[in-house]
Design a protein around this ligand. Structure first.
Ligand SMILES: [Cu+2]
Length: 146
């Protein structure tokens, strides 16, 4: 019987390990779940189901889409974008000068972005979001979320 438990434990460890490799962000969840169901063969089946569930849960992060706004020549490009709710906007600074993307209404605020640095924000509410660059307040942009 002890041998049997050892075999199951080994299988579980392998499962947990394989899972952890695919989804490194969710280590805790996957490793903890199998541990309290080690007793019988029936439980072994349960464990495999729960591993599958976890994989589904951490599958592709919801990406309705990503829109890139380049910061170049002291301007946001494109200056105005219209996106559906749930879209991720990523600003990429292409200038050697440092810039920010800072919401007028404090909905979002990037750190100072150096050259080729990025900042992403998910727009999960509809509305019109005006923003500017802190060091260069004449740099203006608008995100319209529908
Ligand atoms: Cu700027």
């Amino acid at each position: 019987m002890k041998k049997y438990i050892l075999v199951i434990m080994t299988i579980l460890l392998l499962l947990a390990y394989g899972c952890a490799q695919e989804t490194p962000q969710q280590d805790d969840v996957e490793v903890e779940q199998p541990i309290d169901v080690v007793d019988t063969e029936a439980d072994n089946v349960e464990v495999q189901e729960s591993v599958v569930e976890v994989e589904q849960a951490v599958g592709p992060v919801p990406t309705e889409g990503t829109v890139i706004v380049n910061i170049k020549g002291f301007a946001f490009n494109p200056e105005t974008i219209t996106i559906p709710v749930g879209t991720v906007v990523t600003w990429i600074n292409k200038d050697s000068a440092k810039h920010t993307a800072t919401s007028d209404e404090e909905a979002f605020d990037s750190p100072l972005l150096g050259k080729d640095e990025k900042f992403s924000f998910t727009f999960d509410k509809p509305g019109t979001f005006s923003y500017y660059c802190k060091p260069h307040p004449y740099m203006l942009g608008t995100v319209i979320v529908e």
